[in-house]
Design a protein around this ligand. Structure first.
Ligand SMILES: Nc1ncnc2c1ncn2[C@@H]1O[C@H](COP(=O)(O)OP(=O)(O)OP(=O)(O)O)[C@@H](O)[C@H]1O
Ligand SMILES: [Mg+2]
Length: 338
């Protein structure tokens, strides 16, 4: 399993316990916070529900957290569901018709909402009503059910999979980017206070640097180094403990884990561009995980390039793994090479 993907239930509980309770505690992403803050204040002033919000970005950057903060900001409850959980029209119809006035409906992984349900959602979002088909067929009857004015907050790691029609129905679209190291340090230091452990600034810096700009990953690293400090009976998490913890987790200076290095080594061994399917099979990961979780960071670090012929390891990847660079330009640097 990839360390920074798919948290297990225990980790989810840990995440929840450290989740910021207000916009003030939400570190970084200043512009998104400002935009949402203004929209919330204005909607409240008009006594209207907030416009529908779409939150896009890689896993672990704070989409679910923001959904909670939006509901809290509007002074209402958050009703939580997800694309995969809404399998049939009756599931979505039930959820929509049960909503109370001004409530916030959070649909996580909204790109995985079955296409047939999009129409329902559109009419609920725009007309505050849905037409439920009673008996399908040419003489099909349907009833119109009312839906209370509500705010839809959708979260997605794959914005590209949403149709333009769907995206355009959200009045507010915000994209989360990985956090700068200083923001992650702040998140870690705050978490340490909540966990009642002493985290030395140098240790916070080290953990932050290797967390791919992702709060969830940073908090998981903190959890592991906290264990280490406790077992070693250290009064504080210092740089030495953090370093040791990161080594144990085999997270390197660029935040790469074993699976990332395996992927790069597989590419290098091939010595040629590789398609997504083949690469997924080579490293035994799902194609989705590869595209959503592994590749973006490798691309950001300049270790992997996508070319029209497939994925290639760059010269920097050879250097990072301590391998001798092959002579001549790498395919990654000549994307249109024959
Ligand atoms: N800006 C932030 N400030 C402080 N803590 C944060 C921030 N963003 C995220 N976190 C912490 O990181 C954890 C993961 O964030 P969250 O669950 O909101 O991510 P997500 O984007 O919904 O991820 P996924 O796509 O996997 O659902 C949260 O529990 C929270 O504790
Ligand atoms: Mg989430």
């Amino acid at each position: 399993m990839v360390f920074h993907d798919q948290p297990d239930p225990k980790e989810r509980e840990f995440d929840r316990s450290l989740r910021p309770g207000s916009f003030a505690e939400f570190v970084g992403q200043q512009q998104i916070r400002d935009n949402l803050g203004i929209a919330i204040q204005a909607a409240r002033g008009r006594r209207e529900p907030l416009d529908h919000v779409l939150l896009c970005g890689p896993p672990g950057l704070g989409k679910t957290t923001l959904a909670h903060l939006i509901a809290a900001g509007m002074g209402t409850d958050l009703v939580i569901t997800s694309g995969p959980a809404l399998g049939a029209p009756k599931d979505l119809a039930g959820t929509l018709t049960r909503l109370q006035r001004d409530q916030v409906l959070f649909i996580d992984e909204i790109h995985r909402l079955p296409k047939v349900l999009e129409e329902y959602l559109y009419s609920a979002m725009e007309d505050h009503a849905i037409d439920v088909v009673l008996d399908p067929g040419p003489s099909g009857r349907s009833v119109r059910l009312g839906v209370q004015p509500f705010t839809l907050v959708g979260a997605t790691t794959r914005e590209g999979l949403l149709t333009a029609a769907f995206r355009s129905r959200f009045g507010i679209v915000e994209r989360l980017e990985p956090y700068p190291t200083t923001d992650i340090e702040q998140i870690l230091l705050r978490a340490a206070v909540r966990l009642q452990v002493t985290l030395e600034p140098a240790a916070a810096h080290l953990c932050a640097e290797r967390s791919r700009g992702t709060p969830r990953m940073a908090l998981r690293i903190l959890r592991r180094v906290r264990d280490l400090a406790q077992v070693q009976q250290k009064p504080a998490i210092d740089a030495g403990t953090a370093q040791q913890g990161l080594e144990r987790l085999r997270i390197d200076a660029l935040g790469l884990e074993e699976v990332d290095r395996k992927l790069l080594r597989a590419l290098i061994q091939r010595g040629d561009a590789v398609g997504l399917k083949t690469l997924a099979a080579m490293v035994d990961e799902a194609e989705d995980t590869l595209e959503d979780v592994l590749e973006p960071h490798l691309i950001r670090c300049g270790l992997l390039a996508r070319t029209p012929r497939g994925r290639v390891a760059t010269a920097a990847a050879y250097r990072h793994l301590g391998l001798p660079e092959p002579p001549g330009p790498r395919p990654g640097e000549l994307p249109f090479a024959p």
